[in-house]
Design a protein around this ligand. Structure first.
Ligand SMILES: O=C(O)c1cc(=O)[nH]c(=O)n1[C@@H]1O[C@H](COP(=O)(O)O)[C@@H](O)[C@H]1O
Length: 243
């Protein structure tokens, strides 16, 4: 089973992004990188094209959250970029999620490209129990809320969810194996956690059943990105071997 380790290219411009790609190894074939708001808002679609030319598959993470019509039309545009994954917030509700899917399907049909996988954010990995129950005033526990949003995402036609490693096992049981579970909030024990709250090592995420992991700062801020990438990849594959 091919379970990607996606590197988050959370850098401020194209030059730094291409330097990072070079450091990781010039051939991007078989690898997926994540382009998020910081880089995309600066460089636009041209950075996607540059990374695609190097062979990378692209996870374009813009986390859409708006009224259904706006999200549908935005997704229609994103589907024309030839990216492989896009994101929305599950919290936007059923109609918005269905609209997102419609936009992707239409955009893909019009451009003759495959539709990107639609992944729904459940609760961000920076969210704690406290944030969910006291700030969002959610009547469910964090875990129940993640589960509820994942079910909603599946019922609404999404291809998968973004969640933490701490929820994947329960989600696989309740929502099923025919769904993509993307897990950020990945740290080796000795790396700084920063603003992440629900964290796990690559091996823990793998054993819990993550379909893919996203690793950002431990690689993109490292003075030796390739060494950091290989360290994380080895731990991720170690967890996979023990399946
Ligand atoms: O959608 C995401 O990728 C995402 C969802 C989530 O719940 N938590 C989360 O950290 N992410 C992203 O995953 C990456 C994690 O970066 P690091 O914390 O630096 O490893 C960032 O680009 C976040 O935007």
């Amino acid at each position: 089973m091919n379970r990607p380790l996606m590197v988050a290219f959370d850098v401020s411009n194209q030059q730094t992004a291409l330097k990072l790609a070079q450091a990781l190894g010039p051939d991007g074939r078989g690898k997926t990188v994540k382009v998020g708001m910081e880089l995309y808002y600066k460089e636009g679609a041209q950075i996607l094209q540059k990374l695609q030319e190097l062979g990378y598959a692209i996870f374009l993470d813009l986390k859409l959250y708006d009224i259904p019509h706006t999200v549908e039309k935005a997704m229609l545009q994103l589907a024309r970029l030839g990216v492989d994954y896009v994101t929305v917030h599950a919290m936007g509700g059923r109609e918005m999620l269905q609209a997102a899917k419609r936009g992707l399907v239409q955009g893909a049909a019009e451009s003759g490209l495959p539709a990107p996988k639609l992944l729904a954010i459940t609760e961000l990995t920076s969210a704690s129990e406290e944030i969910v129950t006291r700030e969002q005033n959610c009547r469910l526990s964090l875990k129940e809320q993640v589960l509820s949003l994942a079910k909603l995402a599946k019922d609404s036609g999404c291809d998968g969810v973004v969640c933490s490693a701490l929820e994947v096992e329960a989600l696989r049981r309740a929502v099923g194996d025919d769904f993509f579970y993307l897990v950020p909030g990945i740290r080796m024990a000795d790396d700084q956690v920063g603003d992440q709250v629900r964290v796990a090592t690559p091996a823990m995420a793998s054993k819990a059943g993550a379909s893919a992991i996203v690793v950002g700062r431990p690689i993109n801020q490292s003075p030796q990105p390739k060494r950091a990438y290989e360290r994380y990849l080895a731990d991720w594959q170690e967890g996979t071997k023990e399946e």
